[in-house]
Design a protein around this ligand. Structure first.
Ligand code: SAH
Length: 386
């Protein structure tokens, strides 16, 4: 059976959203693969484009190309080359960054992150599983990595009916990789770390905050202390708070690696920690980088309450002239709503606060127009005026 799209799907296709849901598809083949797409009731049978198709997944169609021209597997290799050339052109001041950002690099559901001489991959399209070998060969040819690790885990693969595994695909990959970001060193565990090992999307925001830091600094939801390290360059004292003791152990290793001795670590719930600070205006620089509170649309109300509570308390803790870099990585929270929440928090904290900058993901994590899911990170730099 060919892939035949309903009128609603055509609208999505025209808006260049790269996913089409099963409910908007009139007919689907029985097996996974790369197939041409047709519109329902089109007597001329014009090919609208080609897609990676999985009849079992709710996201049944992942667009690969538009128009009638036949899709060649070689196109995927061209996309890999283009992705690498773009990262090269960014002249990134780090040896760890995203090389392939899925749909925004025309490689659906494929993530490739570089950590020094090693690559870590995530993949979540059943139809593209069979072409991964070819892509890996290209990556090896071009980048000559010492090893490639597959982190083929998580909900996205389950939804595609794909197996869960974590294995070395090429060479060998150590449990600890030492990397650098600007003038700082840090260690990543690619097997166990969150995402592919680290939060590469915040790289430029960390560097920005590093430049503006002063006085007594707080890194809330610190994970491996990456914001804290950048703040430590200028701040006299840094306090890192995270709920995970393991994450903080790694953060301490990172502190030693950079020969800092003015960072302290507290394993605590960030909400409790903020409430426990008895005196107001006790920090001069704060990073607030919580996990995604709104993983689904229906979490939004609770998520906003949580963001507001954290930001309100953080604003109360801020010294006059102090800087707060506040983030949200929930795609469902729009930039506008995030700004409104901050405005509310500032009003409740009875502080006058100015906005120094509104930022998103670093450019090695590009966003694709028409694909709002590819723009998820918000990081707003605030300064207390009174
Ligand atoms: N700022 C980090 C990334 C933070 S990821 C960086 O730039 O690398 C989010 C972190 O929040 C995780 O380390 C997780 O352990 C921690 N966390 C989640 N819920 C928490 C809570 N309620 N209190 C404290 N830490 C929490």
């Amino acid at each position: 059976m060919p892939v035949i799209l309903s009128p609603r799907a055509l609208h999505r296709l025209e808006s260049r959203h790269p996913w089409i849901y099963k409910s908007d598809i009139a007919s689907l083949p029985d097996e996974v693969g790369i197939f041409p797409l047709y519109a329902a009731k089109d007597r001329n049978q014009n090919v609208l484009g080609y897609a990676a198709v999985n009849p079992k997944s709710e996201i049944s169609v992942r667009m690969l190309s538009y128009g009638p021209e036949a899709f060649q597997l070689e196109n995927l290799l061209d996309a890999v080359d283009a992705a690498l050339a773009y990262r090269e052109s960014l002249a990134i001041e780090a040896d760890s960054y995203r090389l392939i950002h899925a749909e925004a690099d025309n490689l659906p559901a494929l993530i490739v992150d570089r950590y020094s001489d090693y690559l870590v991959m995530q993949s979540g399209s059943a139809a593209l599983e069979s072409v991964l070998e070819m892509i890996i060969t290209r990556l090896v040819e071009k980048l000559k990595p010492k090893g490639i690790l597959a982190r083929f885990e998580g909900q996205n693969r389950k939804l595609e009916g794909l197996s869960q595994h974590k294995n070395v695909l090429y060479g060998s990959v150590p449990e600890q990789i030492e990397c650098y970001e600007a003038d700082l060193s840090y260690v990543v565990n690619p097997y166990e770390g969150q995402k592919t090992g680290s939060f590469l999307d915040q790289r430029l925001n960390r560097e920005r905050l590093g430049r503006l830091s002063w006085g007594r600094a707080l890194d809330l939801f610190s994970y491996h202390g990456a914001f804290g390290l950048h703040m430590a360059k200028k701040a006299g004292e840094v306090v890192c708070v995270d709920g995970s003791a393991r994450a903080l152990e790694q953060a301490q290793i990172n502190m030693s690696l950079n020969h800092f001795d003015h960072i302290s670590y507290h394993c605590d719930n960030a909400f409790d920690y903020l409430r426990s600070i008895s005196h107001e205006r006790c920090f001069d620089t704060i990073s607030l980088d919580p996990p995604a509170f709104a993983k689904r649309q229906k979490d939004l109300d609770n998520a906003f309450s949580a963001y507001k509570e954290l930001n309100l308390q953080a604003m109360k803790c801020l010294q006059t002239g102090g800087i707060l870099a506040t983030s949200s990585c929930s795609f469902h929270v729009s930039f506008d709503d995030f700004m409104l929440m901050l405005q509310d928090a500032a009003a409740d904290a009875q502080r006058s606060i100015r906005v120094l900058g509104r930022y998103g993901q670093a450019p090695d994590h590009p966003e694709k127009l028409g694909f709002p899911e590819s723009s998820y990170l918000k990081c707003v730099f605030l300064q207390a005026l009174d």
